[in-house]
Design a protein around this ligand. Structure first.
Ligand code: GDP
Length: 174
């Protein structure tokens, strides 16, 4: 059995749903009052992959920040993949994704020099008050070098494990 240890970062502005996402993925729960953590949290999850391979995921969730903050290189060290998340009801959080991506690309790369595979998640798609359109997200995702983008709802458990699978597929194909 081959085991891959993958460090995956979950970044994005405060309140977009990062902690809820990690919590949902790791524990299968959605906690309405999941409180904002301070600093960095990390959670582990074992993901059976094929008959002969399994993936041990280490999910790093930064928290406690309302807007983009430049991360130190140490934080990015050894990263295999990244989730950048925004809230479809909050245009500022969408704008910030460009900066999150630039910060990542300027400070981290794979050992072969390629950019870290990154998936863009448009969260809270269960809410009727969405303001960021899918056409816009799709174009943005291509222009900014994301491997894919997906609509998610941590609340409705929509596309959570699918998003991680998609990212892990990309990482393992590199
Ligand atoms: P973080 O600061 O990015 O880690 O965001 P949190 O995980 O703390 O979530 C912020 C708020 O958004 C919390 O009240 C969550 O319950 C709520 N939330 C997270 N994901 C969703 C979602 O998919 N839909 C809805 N309606 N609310 C969500």
């Amino acid at each position: 059995m081959t085991e891959y240890l993958l460090k995956v970062l979950v970044v994005g502005d405060g309140n977009v749903g990062k902690s809820s996402f990690v919590h949902r993925y790791v524990n299968g729960q959605f906690n309405k009052d999941y409180k904002m953590t301070m600093g960095v949290d990390f959670s582990m999850k074992l993901l059976p992959w094929t008959d002969t391979e399994k993936v041990r995921l280490q999910l790093w969730d930064i928290a406690g920040q309302e807007r983009f903050i430049s991360m130190t290189r140490i934080y990015y060290k050894g990263t295999s993949g990244c989730v950048i998340m925004f809230d479809v009801t909050n245009p500022d959080s969408f704008q910030s994704c460009r900066v999150w991506k630039q910060d990542l690309d300027s400070k981290a790369m794979l050992p072969d020099g390629n950019p870290i595979p990154c998936i863009l998640l448009a969260n809270k798609c269960d809410l009727p008050s969405r303001v960021v359109s899918t056409e816009f997200i799709s174009r943005f995702s291509k222009e900014n070098g994301f491997v894919a983008w997906m609509e998610t709802s941590v609340k409705d458990n929509k596309n959570i494990s699918e998003a991680i699978r998609r990212l892990v597929e990309e990482i393992l194909s590199m």
